[in-house]
Design a protein around this ligand. Structure first.
Ligand code: F6R
Length: 259
C-alpha cells in the first residue's frame, strides 16, 4: 500500500485527483469507481477544475458508485445519485447514461446486485476505484464483521455509521437503516484504488486499515491484499500511524526510486 501524508485537505485532494486523472489520461474510456461522503468532495472539485481549465475529457468515461441507501429515490436530497450529480457529474462532460449508482428502490435486490456486478464486468472492470473510510473502518458500506470476499449486497448499517451520517439528515432517525453496497471482493478487483481520509476522527480506522491485522473488524484492511492501492491522508488522519516517518521517507525519495 502506498501511503501519502499530505500537508492539508487541499493537498490531499489535489494529489488523489491527479492519481485518478492519470488513469483517465492513459485510458480515455476508463471505468471509474466512485464514493460519496465528505472525504472525496475536494477530489471531485479538482476533477471539475481539470475539466474546465485543462480540458480533461470524461466523454468516454464510465462510472460505478460504491453504494446507495435503500429506500431513497435518486432525486431524494440525500441520495447518493443526487450527491454525484451535484458534486461531480454536472461539472464534467460525462454522459449521464454512462454513470451507475445502485438503485435505492430496487424491487428485487438479489437480482439487482447480481446485475450490478455483471454490468461492471461487461464494462471491462473498474480501472480506478475512489474510496473513503468510515470511522468504524468500513469501505463502501461493508461494516465490521462483513465478509472480505463479499460481492454487491445489501447491508444493515450499524449504529456508528448511522450516527456519523446523521449530519447529512434532519434527524438521526431519518438515516436509512439499510444500504446496497459493492462488496469488499468487488472493490479488490479494481485495478487501482485511491483512498482519501482526513481529520482526526479517521485516525484510528486509518491505522487499523494500514497497519492492523487483515480482519473483517476493519473491512478496509482487506486493501492490504490489493497490489495497487494509494492512500492519501492529511496529517490528522495519519497521526496514529506507527510508520508515518517511513511513509514520508518513501515519498521523499520516490522521484529517484527505480521504475
Ligand atoms: C460512501 C462510502 C463510505 C464513505 C465513508 C466515509 O460512498 O462508501 O464508505 O466513504 O463512510 O464517509 P465520509 O467521507 O463522509 O467521512
Amino acid at each position: 500500500m502506498e501511503v501519502v501524508i499530505c500537508s492539508s485537505y487541499e493537498d490531499m485532494s489535489r494529489l488523489a485527483a491527479k492519481a485518478v486523472a492519470d488513469v483517465v489520461r492513459r485510458k480515455p474510456n476508463a471505468v471509474i469507481g466512485l464514493a460519496t461522503g465528505s472525504s472525496p468532495l475536494g477530489l471531485y472539485a479538482e476533477l471539475i477544475r481539470m475539466h474546465k481549465e485543462e480540458g480533461m475529457d470524461f466523454s468516454r468515461v464510465k462510472t460505478f458508485n460504491l453504494d446507495e441507501y435503500v429506500g431513497l429515490a435518486g432525486d431524494h436530497e440525500q441520495s447518493y445519485r443526487r450527491f454525484m450529480n451535484k458534486n461531480l457529474f454536472e461539472g464534467i462532460n460525462i454522459d449521464i447514461a454512462n454513470t451507475h449508482v445502485p438503485d435505492g428502490l430496487a424491487r428485487d435486490y438479489a437480482r439487482f446486485c447480481r446485475e450490478y456486478e455483471e454490468k461492471i464486468k461487461a464494462a471491462g472492470g473498474v480501472d480506478v476505484q475512489v474510496l473513503g473510510i468510515g470511522t468504524d473502518g468500513h469501505v463502501g458500506f461493508n461494516e465490521p464483521g462483513d465478509s472480505l470476499a463479499s460481492r454487491t449486497h445489501t447491508v444493515t448499517l450499524n449504529e456508528q455509521t448511522i450516527k456519523d451520517n446523521a449530519r447529512f439528515f434532519e434527524k438521526e432517525s431519518d438515516v436509512p437503516l439499510f444500504a446496497c453496497t459493492m462488496g469488499v471482493g468487488t472493490v479488490l478487483e479494481a485495478r487501482k484504488c485511491v483512498l482519501v481520509a482526513n481529520g482526526k476522527k479517521k485516525a484510528k480506522a486509518v491505522a487499523a486499515m494500514i497497519e492492523g491485522p487483515i480482519s473483517s473488524m476493519c473491512t478496509a484492511s482487506a486493501l492490504q491484499m490489493h497490489n495497487d492501492t494509494s492512500v492519501f491522508l492529511d496529517e490528522d488522519a495519519a497521526r496514529d500511524l506507527k510508520l508515518a516517518d517511513y511513509y514520508r521517507w518513501i515519498q521523499k525519495h520516490k522521484p529517484k526510486a527505480p521504475k
